[in-house]
Design a protein around this ligand. Structure first.
Ligand code: SF4
Length: 384
């Protein structure tokens, strides 16, 4: 039966039954819907480009409910571009700890310095100037210029891709051309139409139109089982009219994740723990962590792996728990071992340092290693 539905839908989509989208109708429907159904978010209560920029960067790869407390803490600590531009990198990373993809936080600081030096601290409003900021791509530049400055710049995130692929019944992979171009063109056409309607009504149509497209994708036009009866675009949506929403967007299957195993070594001495700082570049650059290494040599002993990682031999490494987490395509199993050292006067490499729990809590630590701290208070037996 599903194969039959596919075949029928494909045949009908390729026919001339496809409704022709009317941008004015789409824009009016989206803006009216957004006025009623927009979720309340703290960055939606302001037009400050700095606050909107921070929210857009935090929202990349992260859900709204996770971002809200981070954004609020950030805005309290760095209420202005100047405050961020003069902050210590370690403080910036500590506030970001747990959000992942730490290069985003470092780029925010670099961009704040650029804005301070080149624009006297005023956030640029020209699209190309915004695009030239470290860590800002076409999506983020479009979002800032439209949401903060109400400019007719298109935004295309994964939610917009889904909505527009369905509205236009695009059957090919929307991440590749020509479908990709078609989606950007439609997004641009919609926001330009909103800008024209701006002159004859509503004052922030570009901002509301782009936010409405993203909001609709996030709350109604779900990847599976879109709630078409509740959608303001149901009459104009080609996929809904043709009954093929389940086939669109035609994304390529996700690459399989790779399982990887690591061992982390928690070495303590009279309430202090040995931690190390990561290199200035690469994943989790400049963050602190418990010494750890990928554990590929299943035949080797934990003691020899620990010696290699720490630079000295330890006694009594005992398992205290396992932490499972995912970084991009890697499914990581982090096995945690601990040992109590009788002396701390060893020659340590530059990146290693003894710290109390209180000191550790003030340092930027990735969330998997914060979980190790919690494990120390509540040890669990290894499950594997
Ligand atoms: S009608 Fe359905 S498929 Fe079309 S945009 Fe709305 S929710 Fe998505």
């Amino acid at each position: 039966m599903p194969a039959m539905i596919n075949h029928c839908a494909a045949k009908r989509i390729s026919s001339n039954l496809r409704p022709v989208p009317n941008y004015r109708v789409l824009v009016r429907s989206l803006i009216a819907w957004f006025a009623k159904h927009a979720r309340d978010m703290p960055w939606r209560r302001t037009h400050d480009p700095y606050a909107i920029w921070i929210s857009e960067i935090m929202l990349q790869q992260t859900q709204v409910k996770t971002v809200i407390p981070y954004w609020e803490r950030w805005m309290r600590k760095f209420p202005t571009i100047h405050a961020l531009s003069t902050a210590r990198t370690e403080t910036v990373l500590r506030l970001w700890a747990g959000l992942g993809y730490y290069s985003r936080a470092q780029n925010l600081k670099r961009a704040a310095r650029k804005i301070r030096n080149e624009y006297a601290g005023d956030f640029p409003s020209n699209f190309n100037d915004v695009l030239a900021l470290p860590g800002v791509g076409p999506y983020t530049a479009g979002a800032i210029c439209s949401i903060a400055f109400n400019q007719p710049t298109p935004v295309v995130d994964c939610n917009v891709v889904r909505v527009l692929s369905r509205v236009l019944a695009i059957r090919t992979n929307p991440r590749r051309n020509p479908a990709k171009e078609q989606i950007w063109k439609a997004a641009a056409g919609l926001v330009q139409t909103a800008s024209l309607l701006n002159r004859s009504g509503g004052s922030r149509n570009c901002s509301h139109l782009n936010q409405a497209l993203m909001e609709l994708g996030a709350t109604v036009c779900a990847p599976r089982d879109p709630d078409c009866p509740r959608c303001p675009l149901r009459k104009q949506c080609a996929a809904n009219t043709l009954g093929c929403t389940a086939l669109i967007p035609a994304l390529a299957p996700r690459p399989k994740s790779t399982p990887r195993e690591f061992a982390a070594f928690v070495v303590s001495h009279q309430g202090n723990y040995l931690i190390r700082k990561r290199a200035k570049t690469g994943i989790n650059a400049r963050l602190w962590e418990f010494p750890n290494a990928e554990f590929c040599d299943t035949a080797g002993s934990i003691a020899s792996a620990a010696r290699k990682c720490l630079g000295f031999a330890t006694s009594n490494m005992r398992p205290i728990g396992t932490i499972l987490h995912t970084i991009t395509q890697n499914r990581i199993c982090l096995r945690v071992f601990s040992s109590e050292e009788e002396q701390c006067g060893r020659n340590l490499t530059n990146s290693l340092r003894w710290c109390s729990v209180k000191q550790i809590q003030k340092l930027p630590f990735p969330s998997a290693h914060r979980q190790i701290l919690r494990l120390l208070q509540n040890p669990k037996p290894l499950t594997r």
